[in-house]
Every structure is written in C-alpha cells, then in structure tokens.
Design a protein around this ligand. Structure first.
Ligand code: GLN
Length: 462
C-alpha cells in the first residue's frame, strides 16, 4: 500500500489510527533491534498523537493530508519533548521545547512521529559511521549488514527501505546527506531547493547549505510530504515566498565526468536514461566538477565551527561539575562531548576563517561558489535537468570505509556536492542493482523546479 492509499483509509476511518500505530511501532522496534535506524523510538508521543487523531477524525470531521502516516525524523530535527541530539553525545538529554516547522506541519496534517533516526554526528559524514565516538549505534545497510547505509541521514534511508508499513522519513542534507543514503539503501530521496522548506528547529550544520527533505519508498510518497513541509515560514529568515515552477522535461544533460564510475552503475543509469523519453546529451560543468569539494568543505566547516561554539556546557546538553575558569570548563566539556569528526571540523572551520587566512580560504570559497551557481544557471538555459549516477559505487563495506583517509572520505561526495553548494533541488531514485546492492540515479533541477524532477523520477521508477 502506498502512503496515499493508507492516508485515504485513515481519513475514511477504514483503518483505526491507534491500532495501526501500535503495529507500526512494534515493527519499527523490531527492525531497530537488528539495524539501528532509530536513536529514539517516540512511542508515547506516537500513541498520544494517534489517539488525538482518531478523536478528531470521528468527532470533528478532520481530514489530514498525512493522516495516520508514521514519520521518522532525523535526529538533528527538533521534536518537542523527544531527545534530539543530532547524533552527538554533547546533546544527549536535550529535549526541545518546540517542534521544527517541518515537523509541526506534518503533525498538523495528522502525521504520527515515531522516532529520531540515526546519523553522523551533526551531519558530519557520508556513511553514518561518525557516531560521536560510540555514543550511538551505527545503522546497518538494509541489503547487507556488512555494508554502510550511507550518510549522514543513514537511519532515515535504512528505515524507509526496511519498514513494511506506510512511512516516510524527514532527512536533512548539507552536502548530499539525503541523496547518498537514499542511493545506498535503494529508496527515493528528495532534497529541495534551499529556502523552500523552513530550517526553523533544525540543529544547524551549515546554515547557508542545510535543507530538510523527505526520504521514502516512492517518488509519490516524497512528493506528498514535500507538499506539506514546503512554503514560507516567518521563523526562518532564509525561507522563500516563491511558488514551485511548472517546468518542462524535454532535454536532460548527462554530466560526463560523473559517469566515470563502476561499469554496472553506469549501465543501470544509462538504461534508465533511455526509458525517460527525453532527449539527452553529454555536458561538462568544469568549475563545479573540479572545485565543488574544496569549496564545500571550506564553507561547510567554517559555518559548522561557528554553529558548534554554542555547545559549551552552559545551555544545551551535557554539563560537567563547574570547575576551573571558563576556558578550562568549556574545554573540558567540549573535549568530552564532541566526537573525533566534530573536532576535526571545528579545527578546519576555525582555521579557514581565521584573521589572515580568511581571504585565502573562506572568501575564496565563497567566490568559487558564486561561479559554480553561475555555471549551473548557464547550463539550465540548455537543459531541463541534469543527470548522473547518485554515487559512483554501491554501498561500501564497513572495513572499506574504515581504511579511507579523511580526504578520501570527503571525495565520496563529488557527484552530489555541487547541487547542494548551489542550493539546487535534486532527487535520487533507485535504478538497478549491482552485486545485489541498489544503485541510484540523480536528477538535478534549476531552483524551484522540483516538479520537473518529480516527473523524471516517476518515469525512472516505472
Ligand atoms: N558528507 C557531507 C559532509 O560530511 C555531507 C553531510 C550532509 O549533507 N549533512 O559534510
């Protein structure tokens, strides 16, 4: 049953929301015991929401666009009263007093929040293995437990694949964290245009890059959730008033350098391209392909390092007994509270925006980003969308990931980083298998052209 049918049945009261929610929670817990997709199962909240919903359906004639739909929420997106730690031990115990706007909009339409999904600490990673030095369990790939889910929204994509009940996840992407795990777990991930979905209540990684978006079993499922969570929000100054554009899908560009990948990955993607019923041509975006990774890691870490400054044992999350002067106290809390990858990013990010280096790194990266956006804009004059394999390979094994250097880790994002840097919407759709592991095809559109991507995604799905 797709989510549309399920929601209809709930609205018509052919399915009882409370009974259904109990069953969904049972199944989610069972999956979680084996695969570690949820840091928290918000059982009490879910049952309470289901009871409330059932009451509104029967007494108040309520109909919800997401009525009775279980939604899991990435740990970095705030849910009122439920521990929201962004996968970091420094935020363990933090229970927000408010809902993120995206979460609130789902609840207002009758959705049921079932838990917080596992991720890389603060979103720092591509495999969900940066678990704040062991503070959280690492999610396992739904197709092969010896492989990673991808990251950083790994728990979200894993659960979207493994859940047999109707369900959609809210993920988050700064530099590819929706597309990468969706590809590795064989599900659909939709990362919207920057500013389309409010960031209010998202625990920031890089404010100029972060986007909340849905991960689900089908393009239609993601579309239904996007419709609910998108739109202007006065609580987020970067949220946009712009409506989605009604674009066409006649011609797509294949980004040539990103097809230099595993043979089976390339074949699966090309077979899908042939089925799209559009004209296509190879295209190069040389500035993006060469500089997106260095520009992204300079900008993202610069922003991350300022965002993490507020975690010092005073307001949020973990504290220690107050001892020593404030430098000593903050140092003690932060040394203990942040995992290794968060520390690496703080060092890198602080360095690139330091007086004396700012011009050479941070400001230069900002200029490169502007050039990358211009290059995309020029390309979209000729093409309705751009296409490439989402990831160059299938989900790697844990042992392969642990032997990567930090730089090799960063390079994993090469084919998904560009659209994130430029704030462009992108959609990853499963398109085949290699060694029994899923492969994803990525569609990238111009700003606010989500509808074109959804149309292409539908054709790719068939
Ligand atoms: N892998 C990228 C990083 O580590 C992307 C993370 C994300 O999108 N949250 O920064």
């Amino acid at each position: 049953m797709n989510i549309k049918q399920h929601i209809e049945k709930i609205n018509k009261q052919e399915i009882n929301a409370v009974e259904f929610t109990y069953k969904a929670l049972d199944e989610a817990k069972k999956i979680n015991g084996e695969y570690h997709y949820l840091n928290v199962v918000s059982e009490e909240l879910a049952i309470e929401q289901a009871k409330q919903l059932q009451k509104s359906l029967s007494k108040k004639n309520f109909k919800g666009k997401l009525a009775g739909l279980p939604i899991s929420v990435k740990d970095s997106i705030c849910v009122r009263g439920v521990e929201s730690a962004a996968g970091s031990k420094i935020l363990k115990g933090y229970k927000p007093l408010f809902n993120a706007t995206a979460v609130q909009r789902c609840i207002d339409e009758g959705a049921i929040i079932i838990g917080k999904t596992s991720q890389d600490e603060f979103g720092f990673g591509s495999f969900s293995t940066n678990n704040s030095d062991g503070a959280f369990k690492i999610p396992l790939n739904p197709f092969d437990k010896e492989r990673v889910t991808g990251g950083s929204s790994g728990g979200a994509a894993g659960l979207a694949q493994k859940a047999d009940f109707p369900h959609v996840s809210l993920g988050e992407s700064t530099g590819g964290s929706i597309a990468c795990p969706s590809s590795f777990c064989g599900v659909v991930g939709l990362c919207p245009t920057y500013g389309l979905v409010s960031r209010f209540g998202l625990i920031d990684y890089g404010n100029s890059l972060d986007k909340i978006g849905p991960i689900g079993k089908s393009v239609g499922d993601c579309e239904a959730v996007l419709e609910v969570i998108s739109g202007y929000d006065e609580k987020d100054s970067t949220s946009m008033k712009q409506e989605l554009k009604k674009g066409k899908v006649e011609k797509v560009g294949l980004i040539k350098s990103f097809f230099n990948v595993d043979k089976e990955v390339k074949e699966a993607v090309m077979k899908t391209v042939d089925r799209l019923g559009v004209d296509y041509e190879e295209v190069e975006l040389p500035i993006m392909a060469k500089y997106c990774i260095p520009a992204y890691y300079v900008l993202a870490t610069a922003e991350a390092s300022t965002n993490l400054a507020k975690y010092c044992g005073m307001r949020y999350g973990s504290h220690l007994p107050l001892e020593g002067n404030f430098d000593e106290y903050f140092t003690a809390v932060r040394s203990e509270g942040f995992g290794a990858e968060a520390k690496r990013r703080i060092l890198l990010g602080t360095f690139v925006r330091m007086a004396g280096y700012r011009e050479a790194y941070y400001l230069k990266a900002a200029k490169v980003r502007t050039k990358i956006i211009a290059e995309y804009k020029e390309t979209f004059k000729k093409f309705d969308a751009l296409v490439n394999p989402t990831m160059p390979m299938i989900a790697p094994k844990f042992e392969e990931v642990s032997s990567l250097t930090p730089l090799q880790n960063f390079m994993m994002d090469v084919s998904i980083c560009g659209p994130n840097l430029a704030g462009l919407p992108h959609l990853s759709v499963p398109c085949g298998f290699s060694k029994k592991m899923p492969i994803g095809i990525l569609f990238v559109g111009d700003h606010f052209h989500e509808k074109s991507l959804i149309e292409l995604g539908r054709r790719a799905e068939q």
